[in-house]
Design a protein around this ligand. Sequence first.
Ligand SMILES: [Zn+2]
Length: 461
Amino acid sequence: MRVATLLVVAVASAASAGIHARTPDASDPALPLLQLIAADVRADELRATITQLVAFGTRHTLSDTQSNSRGIGAARRWAQSRFEEFSRACGGCLQIDTPEQSVSGERIPKPSQIVDVLAIQRGTSDPDRVIVISGHIDSRVRDVMDASSDAPGADDDGSGTAAVIEAARVLSKHKFNATLVYAVLSGEEQGLYGGKLLAQYAHDHHWTVEAALNNDIVGNTLGTNGIKDATHVRVFSEGTRSTETPEQATRRRYNGGEVDSPARNLARYISGLANRYLKNFSVRMVYRTDRYNRGGDQVPMLAAGYPAVRFTEAIENYTREHEDVRVENGTRYGDVLDAVDFTYLAQVARLNAITMASLAMAPPPPAQVKIDGAVSMDTTVSWSAVPGAASYRVWWRDTTAPFWSNSQSVNDATSLKLKDVNIDDWFFGVSSVSKDGYDSPVEFPGPAGAFNATPGAEAEK
Ligand SMILES: [Zn+2]
């Protein structure tokens, strides 16, 4: 009873200070460009892409690279030809690159070429800031070393590859402040080699990767158990960052930040966009880097310090993934085309496209976010000025709440004192907002939450 009374007092005093609880997605007006982009994503385009990918027979990383009709070489060259086609339509707006590396390992017995296909759409005002979408073009059957059997890989990961190509088709018609990268990766099934190559490429080209959206298994809606879910997509995000130093970990354990890595605040941002722009479709955030004990190409990006998340369908069908195409005791096995729900995949692709557009139109999140106010009734939140930001929003939420719930806008300042909001009781963050209304993701204070952090370089305050 005592506790309840105190809570009411706290809320009442916050309200009297002109602070209102709000959700980031419900009350904001929809931005016309994002609506246009969502409407332009088409299920029939996605179907045509996966139909072609399946027609290459197998896209196993160690399959034939010379043939123009079968194997991963043919598939890669076809993906590249799609990017070239989009680039011709936008006056050469896509720069296409095919980084490659000879690798060998447990699942690659003799040195083999891993080749990624990248299409790069340079930002107009902020070209070093990069938003990536990725999917893996390689496929497999039950035996991960079987490079010759038919491995249609319609869902794993024809679906993610199709989402990448569709994002390129739709977004290349528009111009953005930041750079967009469309990445078709290889070697995932043999050991995330294409993702490692992408992370290396990003590092070598001095990209400031604000977000990497990895799409892997995003087109199935019927679970192995017969349960259907066509209205959610899972977004997996790491909790504490892969690049956290022991000193940073010690401070974070003490003050919090376990659930506020940039990847996780990116997941919250994506969830907000789904609620705002997509009907009957929402994000199920999962507080994990990937499915339990499994991996994907977002992992090497996280290891390099880049905020990255994984999109995966809400419910998987394990008779489809990594299986030989066959019928056994009346059950169909194999990752075949007709198991893909293209209407659903279009929703996932839409969410990726509007996320990329929104991030690339918004300013970057503020850096150097700090909070002060110990032994005080008030909290002061401060940050560095962001070029291109017209205003900022300071956010706070209960320490056990999954989503940011309270915010206050401020123009033209780099700090805000929140009266009667006690620093001990809330988590805080800041987003930046462009003059035309695009929000950045929310950045949590310190190294635990920094979007643009050089591992270990940002000193603890
Ligand atoms: Zn996969």
